[in-house]
Design a protein around this ligand. Structure first.
Ligand SMILES: C[S@@+](CC[C@H](N)C(=O)[O-])C[C@H]1O[C@@H](n2cnc3c(N)ncnc32)[C@H](O)[C@@H]1O
Length: 309
């Protein structure tokens, strides 16, 4: 099984972080250290790379991979929402660059037993952190019909959310929903035939919604963004890659609020306050045609970068 992770927008991230060889860089979504390897290669012995991930498999593989490059790195297993705690424990109060490459990695998606994919039959799990309690199985079997409907609408934007939630509740009256394929069947039965013929898997949006709920993805993203920008050194940059519009909206708005001065400078006598951050990417950066051909999974990626003045 293809189990590698191809780093997305790699050149754009490395260029965008503007790496100083003696700087401190924080990769909050280490994954298989695809981006981190390239960051570490660019650091001198005075530089430091800190990698964070909540997935124990990602930690183990990245440790082995980075050790082959240089010793000046530290790996911490944590949710990135605890970034302040992680840095405090390391005694670090400023960093020169931060990367967040959101979502799941290809190995997480492709390892059938993690339950992230509608393509493999597996227990309904979807936890990025294998020690976490809440699983997708618990969500589909214990949440009320109204809660499920609202998660599917809000996080999956699926227009058949109501009938899918209704059919889940009906199904579980007889039997717990245990596997990804049981859920896929319920989703398919909740959609009209013409919907099933459309391009894209009929369970894609509902699986996305469940994953967001299980891992509390949007809330931890908001909290982590507001924590991490405070640690940027002058000229330090934060680069974030998102993979769907809900994440991208959060990042775009947060960056705009931090960096963009509203109002008209020429409109004297209104005094316009200067902001502490500069928007490096006015528009999100998207993968090139060449990258899309090489790595179709990059298709939904958008990179946004901000700099501390
Ligand atoms: C898209 S992958 C990153 C891939 C990596 N840039 C590479 O090139 O190998 C996202 C990684 O971030 C981790 N992750 C996602 N959300 C997280 C969070 N809130 N806290 C810690 N790690 C998280 C996932 O476990 C996954 O390994």
């Amino acid at each position: 099984m293809e189990n590698k992770h191809i780093p997305v927008l790699l050149n754009e991230v490395i260029e965008g972080l503007n790496i100083k060889d003696n700087g401190i860089y924080l990769d909050l979504t280490l994954g298989r250290a695809g981006h981190s390897s390239e960051i570490l290669k660019r650091l001198s012995t005075n530089g430091l790379l800190i990698g964070v991930d909540q997935d124990k498999d990602a930690i183990k593989e990245s440790q082995e991979r980075l050790e082959k490059i240089a010793p000046n790195f530290k790996i911490i297993k944590s949710n990135f929402v605890n970034v302040d705690q992680v840095l405090d424990e390391l005694g670090i109060n400023k960093v020169d660059g931060v990367l967040m490459d959101l979502g799941v990695s290809s190995p997480q998606f492709d390892e059938s037993d993690r339950g992230f994919s509608y393509r493999y039959n597996a227990p309904l799990d979807m936890r990025m952190d294998q020690e976490q309690k809440l699983t997708a199985k618990e969500v589909v079997n214990t949440y009320s019909e109204a809660e499920l409907r609202s998660i599917f609408y809000e996080y999956g934007e699926d227009k058949y959310s109501a009938s899918i939630a209704r059919n889940i509740v009906k199904y579980r009256q007889n039997k717990e929903i245990e596997t990804t394929f049981e859920l896929v069947d319920i989703i398919k039965r909740s959609k009209p035939t013409k919907e099933l013929k459309k391009v894209g898997h009929p369970a894609k949006q509902i699986f996305q919604a469940l994953r967001i709920e299980v891992n509390n993805e949007l809330n931890v993203l908001k909290d982590a963004l507001s924590k991490v920008v405070k640690y940027l050194n002058s000229n330090g940059r934060l680069a974030v890659i998102t993979f769907h519009s809900l994440e991208d909206k959060i990042v775009k708005k947060y960056f705009k609020d931090l960096a963009v001065v509203e109002g008209n400078r020429d409109n004297f006598p209104i005094k316009v306050e200067e902001k502490d951050y500069i928007l490096i990417t006015r528009k999100g950066i998207r993968p090139s045609q060449e990258e899309l051909e090489r790595n179709p999974r990059s298709a939904s990626a958008t990179l946004r970068i901000i700099e501390k003045k």
